[in-house]
Design a protein around this ligand. Structure first.
Ligand code: AMP
Length: 284
């Protein structure tokens, strides 16, 4: 059965009712066009909390390009069936005018962790993400919120914001769900042509090659070279960045000594994909 779809007053009312009944509240923030990656977050929330809210909102303030915002897939009908099949209690699907009834004056900037990687290439992106997630937290007041490791920098930004601002919500993260050939599931994959789709798994293969170097004790330059060499053999892929960073600060690491993330952003035609893996040098 499809869950009810609510705006701000309705979702607040349902959450208040669930809380009064002693249920813990989960929030899974999404931009819709739901796939098995989102499904993993929802299933985890369903298993751990008494009441599960999923937000579906394509947030204009986190898009640095209007064409990307306009082209972003919107499939609320299918999303409601998807949520219904997973036992979601309410879908919060506001219109932009409900989230931003007036021009937004108050923004959250998370310094440092937002600066590199996607922060460097998508100006204002993480300011938009942190601000909308803070708004969602204030609207839903969840006990726990679920995020995917697929967007590792976003996860680090949210974790930092929650610590810095003494927010009480607990941030839980879920491993990346992949296609059989390794491509990380993403709503943007639908935009790939058949040829681009065939080429896309090179990103995960490159990350794995880099992770292997790190595990073997190699430095970041060597790991990056291994990955970039692989991608260079795929003419359809154009790398935007490929970095070895500290998992918490998201700042570059020259010689991995503990757990690091290797993150990539690349263009396949007009579609920008991101992916990352976590790894650490094997102890000797
Ligand atoms: P999005 O709708 O792309 O904004 O993603 C909503 C949430 O789902 C974010 O926390 C993402 O990290 C997470 N997510 C997206 N794709 C995947 C995936 N392939 N595996 C796990 N989580 C994902």
């Amino acid at each position: 059965m499809r869950p009810p779809v609510e705006g701000i007053p309705g979702v607040r009312q349902r959450v208040a009712g669930a809380r009064a009944a002693g249920r813990s509240i989960a929030l899974v923030p999404t931009m819709g066009a739901l796939h098995a990656g989102h499904g993993a977050l929802i299933d985890r929330a369903r298993a751990e909390c008494g009441f599960v809210a999923v937000s579906v909102f394509v947030n204009p303030t986190q898009f640095d390009r209007k064409d990307d915002y306009d082209r972003y897939p919107r499939k609320l009908d299918a999303d409601l069936d998807f949520c219904g099949a997973r036992g979601v209690d309410v879908v919060f699907a506001p219109e932009p005018g409900e989230m931003y009834p007036e021009p937004q004056r108050t923004y959250i900037e998370v310094a440092g962790v937002s600066e590199r990687l996607c922060g460097e290439f998508r100006p204002g992106h993480f300011r938009g993400v942190a601000t909308v997630v803070a708004k969602l937290f204030n609207i839903v007041s969840p006990d726990a919120a679920y995020f995917g490791e697929k967007d590792a920098q976003q996860l680090a930004v949210i974790q930092t914001m929650v610590r810095d601002l003494n927010m009480t919500v607990e941030i839980r993260h879920v491993p990346t769900v992949r296609e059989a050939d390794g491509l990380a599931l993403s709503s943007r994959n639908q935009r790939l042509s058949a040829e681009e789709r065939r080429a896309a798994p090179v990103l995960y293969k490159a990350l794995q090659a880099a992770a292997e170097r790190v595990r073997a004790g190699g430095d970041s330059a060597e790991a990056r070279r291994a990955a970039l060499d692989l991608i260079a053999r795929e003419p359809l892929a154009r790398v935007e960045y490929l970095e070895v960073v500290d998992s918490r600060s998201m700042l570059p690491v020259e010689q991995p000594a503990g757990a690091v993330r290797i993150a990539v952003a690349a263009w396949l035609g007009t579609t920008r994909l991101i992916d990352n893996v976590s790894c650490e040098p094997a102890s000797v």
